[in-house]
Design a protein around this ligand. Structure first.
Ligand SMILES: Cc1cc2nc3c(=O)[nH]c(=O)nc-3n(C[C@H](O)[C@H](O)[C@H](O)COP(=O)(O)OP(=O)(O)OC[C@H]3O[C@@H](n4cnc5c(N)ncnc54)[C@H](O)[C@@H]3O)c2cc1C
Length: 405
């Protein structure tokens, strides 16, 4: 939608073909319906791609400040909390409606229920776009902004990859990112619905790959919550690679260590649980009930093999150590993710090296432009994926629009 608006602003006659009933459906789901559309902290380390720095090069052409001003000029005021930006109304529907109205105001012709099945041709002979209904449209320039495979219910079913591949592009395997992780351990069934502060450290073949802290959501299938989302793409990529190798018998390559007491030091723990400490005559159950939600406390005590009725002062050195280790580095064997249906974004896609990042034009097919999640860029949680979609869409629209003027 941003690409269409910008191309029209640049003087092009624009047709937006949308496979679903209305464009921008995914926006309605973003930020829990509030649309966290950008972030004041915009840095390279907020994006992942095979080409380091690709996202920030594009965002340099249409920055978070430009986006906030763009919305403000069109009547949408931003509310900011710790750098996270939302429409002040906290209604994602306001963002979707604004984009649709702005497209109409600029004269973009929007055709819905128009799933594109094939794009052929070239800049010199012109492009031909064929839809599922059998319609064929001619165009001198084409912008592909079909999204990835995440949340396919919103229309992004991955069909855009085949369109780009048909015009000469390659594909880095798309995998779910910003997604919940499944774990093999049976004790997960006992901590369903628990929300608690914690830190997750993701280990790939026993080496630390990523770490994040915040509110964890524990589930019968494994773990979820923003810190899990932040590290999930590494688990997803590794499990997909490992699966391809057919390496079923090897040791599981992905592990997570969960620290349920990230703000505690080991010294503090051993001082508080010493035989002569202020807690000596208090039960472990009572201490744990103040530290953790009940279902989690029960799991941790049973894994450490310490009964809740034991007095803290009666614990042996080995038991105090075991409790500390269980609470601060509980290992989980990560077996997979909840898949694209539950993912917020796709890692992988069309390689950014196959696009001129100054224009978003394809290096293989002049006259074709690519933007958004279709490309191999995924951001962390916090408004980065929409900023990437808006910046790359704006730039593609600008350059395609100027080219036909
Ligand atoms: C639950 C959820 C919450 C999220 N929250 C946030 C958030 O708070 N902040 C943030 O920055 N990001 C968030 N994201 C990610 C963000 O929404 C996406 O990264 C972004 O929408 C990608 O934009 P896009 O235009 O590239 O693709 P999409 O938004 O997926 O749009 C692609 C469009 O192309 C259409 N299409 C696909 N194939 C075809 C075809 N063959 N023919 C015609 N039309 C086609 C689709 O119907 C769709 O309308 C969230 C995602 C989800 C699922």
């Amino acid at each position: 939608m941003m690409a269409a608006i910008r191309a029209a602003e640049c003087g092009a006659s624009v047709l937006l073909l949308e496979g679903g009933k209305r464009p921008g459906r995914k926006i309605l789901m973003t930020g829990n319906g509030r649309c966290n559309y950008t972030n004041r902290r915009m840095k390279n380390d907020c994006f992942r791609s095979r080409e380091t720095g690709a996202a920030m090069r594009v965002i340099g052409s249409f920055t978070e400040k430009d986006l906030i001003a763009w919305f403000a000029e069109r009547g949408m005021i931003t509310a900011e909390k710790e750098g996270y930006c939302y429409p002040r109304s906290h209604q994602a529907s306001a963002v979707r409606a604004l984009l649709e109205q702005e497209a109409q105001r600029m004269g973009v012709c929007i055709q819905t229920d128009c799933l594109v099945k094939a794009v052929s041709g070239s800049e010199t002979e012109g492009f031909s776009v064929r839809t599922e209904n059998g319609d064929i449209f001619a165009a001198s320039r084409v912008i592909l902004a079909t999204g990835g495979k995440a949340a396919p219910v919103t229309g992004s079913d991955g069909s855009g990859y085949a369109l780009a591949q048909g015009l000469g592009h390659s594909l880095l395997e798309p995998v779910p990112a910003l997604v919940s992780l499944t774990a093999a351990e049976k004790f997960c069934r006992r901590w369903e619905h628990v929300r608690t502060r914690g830190r997750i450290t993701l280990l790939i073949r026993d080496k630390k790959r990523a770490e994040a802290e915040g509110e964890l959501q524990l589930a019968s299938y494994g773990i979820s919550g923003i810190p899990v989302f932040q590290v999930s793409r590494y688990a997803s990529c590794e499990l997909s690679e490992n699966g391809k190798a057919g390496n079923k018998t090897a040791r599981p390559p992905v592990k997570a260590l969960i620290n349920f007491l990230p703000e505690w030091t080991k010294e503090q723990w051993f001082a508080e649980t010493a035989a002569e400490s202020r807690w000596a005559k208090i039960t472990v159950g009572q201490i744990f009930s103040g530290l953790f939600p009940d279902h989690l406390a029960e799991v941790l005590m049973s894994l450490a093999n310490v009964h809740s009725g034991r007095l803290v002062g009666s614990l042996s050195e080995a038991e105090r150590k075991k409790l500390w280790e269980t609470c601060t580095s509980l290992p989980l064997t990560i077996t997979g993710t909840l898949g694209f249906e539950a993912a917020q974004v796709t890692a992988g896609g069309i390689p950014t090296r196959e696009v001129d990042l100054a224009t978003m034009e394809s290096r293989f097919c002049p006259g074709l432009y690519l933007a958004g999640e279709l490309l191999d860029v995924d951001g962390i949680c916090g408004g980065y994926n929409l900023q990437w979609a808006f910046s790359s869409g704006w730039l593609a629209g600008q350059c395609a629009g100027e080219a036909v003027r």
